[in-house]
Design a protein around this ligand. Structure first.
Ligand SMILES: Nc1ncnc2c1ncn2[C@@H]1O[C@H](COP(=O)(O)OP(=O)(O)OP(=O)(O)O)[C@@H](O)[C@H]1O
Length: 281
């Protein structure tokens, strides 16, 4: 399948400060891509550039179709009813599909007559996602859709997004600070750190292409690519890419998604991008 989103040599700056530099990535169609990184990494900036809300200083963005964007603060009119929000969406979007919106809200048990201001955080997130889906996007871009939601609501929102991806030709790019929320749902990982792209790839291939090694300080790491290392007393724990080193004192296991992300974020100079050995595109 061709790329749902292709970003080439992207550079964005606010005044004199570069928020994104030399960012190139491609998210294949039909994927749910997680965009993670610390505060100020450039996630919102990348999303804004992807959906055309800002013009990059350098590089280009290519989308396979139409994109819909849900901003971080889920802008909804407090005084409107849900039905009035749908009316607003209908008037603003030529591609609007009313049945998508009403069926989804009915399935979620959100009555059209409810005032937006009286909805819970989870219900507001669901209404915002519904408004975006009713525009029949090919790419749904969600900036921290799970922020301020309790664990149950986070799970419900992610599960409902998964159901949409399974039911139609849709790709999703969503940012989050809580990596554990993404593990079940996302199959593509993009890590940004300090305005630079560190990781872009298929999550399964990334996890299979890395190992966590633990062993005594002084064990040789020759023959492997070290992403980052942690020392506790005389023990060393390392995230490595590719084959394990020959030294038999190492114990090796596969990393979890959070360990992989943390390993890269702690070592901003490391990168796992298509074309590097041991990492799938
Ligand atoms: N409108 C703006 N004017 C000036 N600087 C900005 C503006 N928007 C973002 N920045 C800066 O650009 C950098 C990237 O910001 P961005 O909001 O894209 O990061 P983020 O990864 O989404 O952060 P967070 O996780 O905190 O939402 C930061 O250093 C931020 O201060």
């Amino acid at each position: 399948m061709s790329a749902a989103l292709e970003v080439t040599g992207l550079g964005v700056r606010y005044g004199r400060t570069w928020a994104l530099r030399d960012c190139s990535l491609a998210v294949p169609g039909g994927r749910v891509a997680a965009l993670v990184g610390p505060n100020g990494a450039g996630k919102t900036t990348l999303m804004h550039a992807a959906v055309g809300l800002l013009r990059p200083a350098r590089g280009s963005v290519r989308l396979a179709g139409a994109a819909a964007f849900v901003a971080q603060d889920k802008p909804l009119y407090e005084g409107f009813t849900v039905a009035e929000m749908l009316g607003f969406g209908r008037r603003m979007n030529a591609r609007w599909d009313e049945a998508i919106a009403t069926d989804r809200l009915e399935g979620l048990g959100i009555a059209l007559g409810r005032k937006v201001g009286g909805l819970s955080g989870g219900q507001r997130a669901q209404v915002a996602v519904t408004l975006a889906l009713a525009c029949r996007p090919d790419l749904l871009v969600l900036d921290e859709p799970l922020a301020n939601l309790d664990p149950l609501a986070r799970h419900d929102v992610m599960r409902s997004i998964m159901a949409e991806v399974a039911g139609r030709e849709l790709s999703v790019l969503l940012s989050s600070h809580v990596v554990s929320d993404l593990e079940e749902t996302c199959d593509w990982l993009v890590v940004l750190n300090g305005g630079r792209l560190q990781v872009s790839g298929d999550i399964e291939e990334l996890l299979e292409g890395h190992l966590v090694l633990t062993g005594p300080d002084g064990a040789s790491a020759a023959g492997t690519h070290v992403v980052g290392a942690n020392r506790t007393g005389r023990q060393v724990s390392m995230l490595v890419r590719g084959a394990p080193p020959a030294d038999p004192r190492w114990r090796a296991r596969r990393p979890g998604l959070e360990e992989l992300v943390m390993g890269y974020l702690r070592s901003p100079e490391s990168a796992a991008l298509p074309g590097l050995t041991g990492v799938g595109a």
